[in-house]
Every structure is written in C-alpha cells, then in structure tokens.
Design a protein around this ligand. Structure first.
Ligand code: FES
Length: 175
C-alpha cells in the first residue's frame, strides 16, 4: 500500500510504504514526520521484533523518526559538514567520550541511528536544534551534537545507539 499526501504536495512530503513482510518507510519533510510501522503488526513490534527501514527517501540533512520496541529511533542522514563536525571534536573533552566512528557503521558514516530519548529524564529531543546542530532536549536544556553525544546540560550520557545493521546500502534492520 502506498499513500501520498494530498494533491499539490510532493509525494516526497510524506511517503508511506508497507509490504507484506516489512515496513519500508521514509519521509523528506523538514519537520520530523512520525512514521508508522504496520508490518510486522504493532503487537509483534512492541514485543521486540526487528524492523526494517528504507533509507532511500531520506534526503541529506534530513531526519526521520521510527519506533522500535515502543521507543523513538532517530535516523539522521548527515551532511558532510555534520560528519566533519562530529569528527573534529576532542573526544577527551566530552562528558561521555566516544569517537564518532564508534557510533556509526563503517562505510555508512552519513547515517546516524540513535534512540531518541534524552538520557537525563527521558524527554524526546528535537533535531537540528541547539548549538551543535544535533539534538536539543526542551525539558532541561541538554544539547547533543551531530553524533548524538551529550555536549551541554544535565544529561549524563550520549543518546544510545540501538542494535542495527545494514542489509543493503539503503536499508537497515533495527533490532
Ligand atoms: S529530560 Fe532532557 S534535559 Fe532533562
């Protein structure tokens, strides 16, 4: 089943695709779209089934949000500038020191996949906000960088990276 937004809007504004076995999703709206996963069915996903996500509709510089095990997962298609910013950091200066290379898959540096739950008290941060062009948590002001690492505010640690793998250059399996 494929649906698109109303007439006059580009199909890229909101693309929703579901196949029999997996849900392939993506969106290119400027704001984060809420992307539903229909298959496997919701109860199976809630129980922990892996989900597959098609990355091909996500343009460089854009983000989507999907849900896995009831948690929001942020998928960012990082720009070269964002990748450079993530790499050009003195890792030792970070509150939760981790190189960018430890947070992305080798050969797929443009993709950042993190659990979108603030490590302070669990709010959901906002993309492309804050001083580091990463994520900003509106609850108490934690700021994460383009690698999802905590840079300012009360959060004690980086946004976690969920278990995931590339099953093709444009598709990942989370879980
Ligand atoms: S929950 Fe995010 S800063 Fe407190």
């Amino acid at each position: 089943m494929t649906t698109s937004s109303s007439a006059g809007q580009s199909r890229r504004d909101f693309l929703f695709v579901a196949t029999g076995a997996v849900a392939a999703v993506g969106a290119a709206a400027a704001a984060w779209p809420l992307v539903a996963q229909l298959n496997p069915d919701a109860s199976t996903v809630a129980a922990g089934a892996p989900i597959e996500v098609d990355l091909s509709p996500i343009a460089e510089g854009q983000d989507i949000k999907v849900f896995w095990r009831g948690k929001p997962i942020f998928i960012s298609h990082r720009t070269k500038k964002q990748i450079e910013e993530a790499r050009n950091v003195n890792v030792a200066s970070l509150p939760d020191p981790q190189p960018d290379s430890a947070r992305v898959k080798e050969g797929h540096d443009q993709w950042l996949v993190v659990i979108g739950i603030c490590t302070h008290l669990g709010c959901v941060p906002i993309a492309h906000e804050g001083a580091y062009d990463g994520f900003f948590c509106p609850c108490h002001g934690s700021v994460y960088d383009t690698s999802g690492r905590i840079r300012q505010g009360p959060a004690p640690s980086n946004l976690p990276v969920p278990p995931y793998a590339f099953i093709s250059d444009s598709k990942i399996k989370i879980g």
